[in-house]
Design a protein around this ligand. Structure first.
Ligand SMILES: [Zn+2]
Length: 480
């Protein structure tokens, strides 16, 4: 009897033109099957009723993987449009992916999270006030948006763009080179960053967007970053995957992340293109740093820090330093959030380790989708906090290399007996905060008043003298 009852309502709903149209035929769109499972009018006042519709959503799977047939294709990412939802309460019941972090938007630009989420049923619901709505696993960062952003970044004279090659489906694999061309290459650190190997991981691009925003702005700090470095940045290493709305694969089904040591017939054209450009750029000099930007279902930011056992103590220490520097004064990321890993040759990290023997530090960094530090009571992940994390990452890179930037001076000390003396010639008189660190652990945070004349700061050590760097920060309120 119950089923008959529902079917009657369903028939009534459809006859009156109340059905919802689903589609995903657009940039980054993805949807498998949709089934209407319930349709009920619910009285909302004496005169009005609201139509409640429940749909079962089966997310589309990536194609079968010819390089790693043992892996089950992922179906995590979804992004679709619903038309005809105005004034209706819609329930979306996900069968093969977790919609916990799902977002929706009326204009495909400004997204908000579904507030109503039933974890045990993998179900989200909302009452919609406009007729067309976009629903996605997380705020999309698609091909059209990237082209807009590239246009914006390349307007600067210190940014150039290059196409490394084309994807299987014929999309360009684009790379930005960002540097101050007036400073000789030999004096710079060389950094390669690539993102979006896994197309369902749009938070990685929002983070990178923040990093690029800060790196390309017209400020004294950004100008100093560009004097100190050459950044090679590939925002989409898997453009077909992004455009096609795949979760973890390219259009051929290959998971490019673990495709760096396969034989030629099952190596994706995209990985071949990346390897060729990395080879040609490092013929004379290796990269100092390679970062591989991802997102993860764990509710925290993590680096995959290479273990000491799988590399060596010096390399592990460098990795820890960058990792901890990224947590420095960062409200979203903490030292306990790290993962530890072995750079196997199937990953870009292992491919580089085998070629450079540790001269290039290569690490993966992961952004979450939902909240930070495994704590749902703190702030949830937003586009703006992801961008902020891009800025923290850039600052950490600067500290890691010891770039001396306005407001944040990195000094090297001289050991004299049980004292380490730090000097800086041009720091004006005023109050400064001083930080020291060892493996990036912040050891002290003191305010010192500087008198006219050269800056001098002495650390007295009990046993081993302190030999690490020292950072002098000038908070904005103290800067004239
Ligand atoms: Zn990933």
């Amino acid at each position: 009897m119950k089923w008959l009852f529902i079917l009657t309502f369903l028939a009534a709903g459809l006859q009156e033109g109340h059905s919802v149209k689903f589609s995903a035929n657009f940039d980054s769109g993805s949807l498998g099957k949709v089934n209407l499972i319930d349709s009920v009018w619910v009285r909302s006042s004496r005169t009005d009723s609201v139509l409640h519709l429940a749909y079962e959503i089966i997310s589309r799977q990536d194609p079968d993987n010819p390089a790693n047939p043992e892996l089950k294709p992922s179906a995590r990412w979804f992004y679709f449009m619903m038309e005809g939802v105005k004034g209706k309460h819609i329930y979306l019941d996900f069968q093969n992916t977790d919609p916990m972090r799902a977002v929706y938007s009326y204009d495909a630009k400004h997204y908000q999270r579904f507030e109503d989420y039933q974890a045990s049923l993998r179900k989200v619901s909302a009452f919609f006030s406009r007729d067309t709505v976009y629903v996605a696993y997380f705020v999309p960062y698609g091909q059209e948006l990237l082209q807009e952003r590239l246009k914006h970044w390349t307007a600067s004279s210190f940014v150039t763009m290059d196409t490394l090659g084309t994807s299987m489906m014929g999309l360009p694999i684009q790379m930005l080179t960002i540097t101050d061309p007036g400073v000789p290459e030999k004096e710079k650190n060389r950094i390669w960053i690539h993102a979006r190997v896994h197309p369902g991981e749009s938070p990685a691009n929002w983070q990178l967007d923040g990093l690029l925003g800060r790196l390309t702005e017209d400020t004294p700090v950004a100008r100093q970053y560009r004097r100190q470095s050459v950044f090679y940045v590939v925002p989409f290493t898997n453009p077909d995957g992004v455009y096609g709305g795949y979760s973890r694969s390219n259009a051929r089904g290959i998971n490019q992340e673990i495709n760096w040591d396969h034989n030629d017939s099952v190596t994706s054209v995209e990985v071949k293109v990346l390897r060729a450009r990395m080879d040609s750029l490092t013929r004379e000099c290796p990269f100092d740093l390679v970062l591989n930007m991802h997102a993860q279902s764990d509710d925290k930011i993590s680096y995959y820090v290479p273990t000491q056992e799988s590399t060596n103590s010096q390399y592990h220490e460098k990795a820890m330093r960058l990792a901890y520097l990224t947590t420095d004064d960062n409200p979203y990321f903490f030292p306990e959030d790290m993962f530890y890993s072995v750079p196997a040759p199937r990953y870009v990290e292992g491919w580089l380790w085998n070629r450079t023997g540790g001269r290039t530090l290569a690490m993966t960094i992961e952004m979450p989708y939902s909240y930070y530090n495994e704590n749902p009571d703190r702030s949830w992940v937003t586009v703006s906090s992801l961008r902020e994390n891009g800025e923290f990452l850039l600052r950490a890179i600067s500290d890691y290399f010891g770039w001396d930037t306005p407001g944040r001076h990195i000094l090297k000390g001289t050991i004299r007996g049980n004292k380490t003396i730090f000097r800086y010639d041009n720091l004006p008189a005023g109050e400064y905060r001083v930080f020291t660190w060892d493996n990036a652990w912040i050891l002290c945070d003191t305010v010192v008043k500087k008198h006219p004349g050269p800056f001098r700061y002495v650390i007295r050590a009990e046993g081993e003298p302190y030999s690490g760097p020292l950072r002098v920060s000038i908070p904005a309120i103290w800067q004239n």
